[in-house]
Ligand binder design. Sequence first.
Ligand code: CO
Length: 507
Amino acid sequence: MNDKLERLRFLDRERNLVARIGAVLGWDQETYMPSAGVAERAEQLAMIEGLAHEKGTLPEIGELLAALGSTDSNPAGDEALAPLDRAYLRTLHRGYTRAVKIPKALVEELARAGSLAQAAWAEARQKSEFKAFAPHLSKMLELRLRVAACIDPAKKPYDVFLDDFEPGSSEESIAKVFGELRTELVALLGKIRSRPQVDDAPIHRHCPEAAQVALSEWVLDELSFPRDRARLDKSAHPFTTTLGADDVRITSRYHEDFFVSSLFSAMHECGHALYELGMAPSPEYARTSLADSASFGIHESQSRMWENVVGRSEAFWKSRWPKLQATLGETLRGVSVEDFVRAVNKVEPSLIRVEADEVTYGLHIILRFEIESALVSGRLKVEDVPAAWNAKCKELLGIEPANDGEGCLQDVHWSFGGFGYFPSYSLGNLYAAQFWNAMRKDIPGLDASVASKAGLEAILAWLRNNIHSKAATLLPDELVLAVTGESLSARHFVKYLEEKYGRVYGF
Ligand code: CO
């Protein structure tokens, strides 16, 4: 049995090698590639993704899984196997049975169409012209629906998509959690809007890019970002990508009139990177499907915890205020740490998701969830997306975009066919609050401990131990139950928001 497991891990690592070569190409496309390179890069990525797909769907993998007793009704395989081996078989079985149902030609077509759609989206967004992007969106939707039909024709396509991001969830389960969240967020927003608005002028003062880069690099050191295993570069949109088990790349962008954007992006992406770098269920499972995240939502919980729970707290900045002022010079002259913390926690309905505060962010996600689930089920037509978007924006946030660039064209996700991706962002906030609450029981004085580097190291050690090292051995709901003793609930996040914004807005 051990020979068979060893062979499986070997084949799995080969697939992983090819996929990470693809990640190098993808990272380069977003950071350093000249724009004219896009057409051939699309071909390169299509070939690599096709190859990775081939490696991941070898008949031999299916034979080995079957020989180890891993079947649809018993994916974890032979009960005599060790728990970690059984967790591995369950994960591999899931990925393999999904992948094997999708023809290689369709995988390549998706990669090629996605690459072109992303380029078309970028241009359409710049010109605020949804019409130019609509045919690409239709194409991606059609291809993804074909994928869903290959994987499970009996299941709702949106539920099939959700399985890629948040295994075990469904449109119904998400709608339930989001329903509670929506009511609470709208109520909290109402309370906040009845109070005087905070002044965020100081964080919009001019700040040169070089100072922002220095600030980001400093904050990454505070968060124990390992320099020999990770690096920071610049791109149009911040992201994290893993090129190897010891090579994780993060990116940021710099607005000279809004320096906190790059600061919090760095903390956010650092959270993703630390998770990626800590996924080590055991040495023998390094670089296999088991050394992966539990879900996109769990991934997002790691980024948001560092960005929001730690990074937007007064305790974090109070002890570091002299350093921040010295790094930014003129920009923060005469500003107190209390003013700064209030400014970075300003709540105000806005049009752009990635610039939204913690309270209205969830409403942006609910908007996208409602639109994409309607699109996928056929309740909404592609050409009607802009009107539906604007109407929902008005309903949820009370404001309407002036054009599609700041409306339905603002996010890249649909251009690569990532329907079902958005809910993970909000789930990440909920998981983060619930994990933090559990961490409080193990780390006395947790909220104040972020003041020191040693405190941050203790938090990272807790995350390593309880979440990162578990990697994909547990499904998200199993992980939440194991770590917090209960299933996912919106109430921890709502409580966190109420306490924090009660302090910021004085209610
Ligand atoms: Co993120």
